[in-house]
Design a protein around this ligand. Structure first.
Ligand code: ADP
Ligand code: MG
Length: 245
């Protein structure tokens, strides 16, 4: 259902994505691991045109984009198909928890305000924040803010959810509550790509682990295979390093 072919991205003549090929099935949970600076965020950002890729094809269901010939309509459609959760939450600071969830329902989905409100109430329940619905982000913990941010992406019901290190800005004691919400989505067979440094979490939720290094996918497979029987020396070296941390 999702197919990325030969995706390239340069920043200032430095090639950051060197021809990524990636197929993801509906309901599949894919975790991307790898050293920093290897293009993991750039790959996710290219998947909804927060960064414009230079070359390649992005296909999601009926939408097929040749990135060199992309149209405005295609970018809009792509952004209804993919939705991203950032490390830094990216909530509207002047909107309450519920308003943050209502907003994309109205602007992206074109749903009317009353209906959007009902959907938002259900979603706040799912992320365990019913009692915080009228709180502004500044009155919420990092973990709660990130759960609102996840609620925002759930609201638009994307075909794929993209998580970019969703817990790396959190204090350690708040990581679990966020991972649990993501786990719940995984059990519900939400199609997801999760960039993460949480190795145990990745093993628990992912159907497939992808190791990226230097703008390429180096190795991929089921968690057990990658963690215990990696074949590429770069994968093995990276795993040794993170397991020592
Ligand atoms: P990762 O998420 O794996 O840590 P990134 O995708 O953030 O890596 O970055 C890959 C490389 O691209 C890095 O060298 C980074 O400095 C560079 N880069 C990322 N975003 C930009 C940008 N907007 N402008 C210039 N260089 C960038
Ligand atoms: Mg990153």
């Amino acid at each position: 259902m999702i197919k990325i072919q030969n995706l390239h991205k340069n920043f200032n003549n430095v090639e950051v994505l060197k021809g990524i090929n990636l197929d993801i099935k509906k309901g599949e949970v894919v975790a991307i691991i790898g050293p920093s600076g290897t293009g993991k965020s750039t790959l996710l950002r290219c998947m909804n045109f927060l960064e414009r890729p230079d070359k390649g094809i992005i296909e999601i269901d009926d939408l097929k984009i040749d990135v060199e010939k992309v149209t405005k309509n295609q970018i809009h459609q792509l952004r209804t198909y993919t939705s991203m959760v950032f490390q830094s939450y990216n909530l509207f600071k002047n909107k309450t928890a519920i308003q943050n969830i209502i907003e994309p329902l109205i602007t992206v989905k074109g749903i009317n305000k009353n209906e959007a409100k009902e959907i938002a109430i259900d979603i706040l329940k799912e992320v365990g924040l019913s009692d915080k619905k009228d709180f502004y982000p500044s009155k919420l913990s990092g973990g709660q803010q990130q759960r609102v941010a996840i609620g925002r992406t759930m609201a638009v019901n994307p075909k794929i959810m993209l998580f970019d290190e969703p817990t790396s800005a959190l204090d350690p004691e708040l990581v679990g509550e966020v991972l649990n919400v993501i786990k719940k989505l995984a059990y519900q067979k939400t199609t997801m790509i999760i960039v993460t440094h949480e190795m145990k979490f990745a093993k628990d939720v992912a159907d497939r682990i992808i190791f990226m290094d230097g703008g390429n996918i180096i190795e991929q497979g089921p968690p057990d295979k990658i963690y215990n029987y990696a074949e590429n020396p770069r994968t093995i070296k990276f795993l040794k390093q993170v397991q020592l941390e």
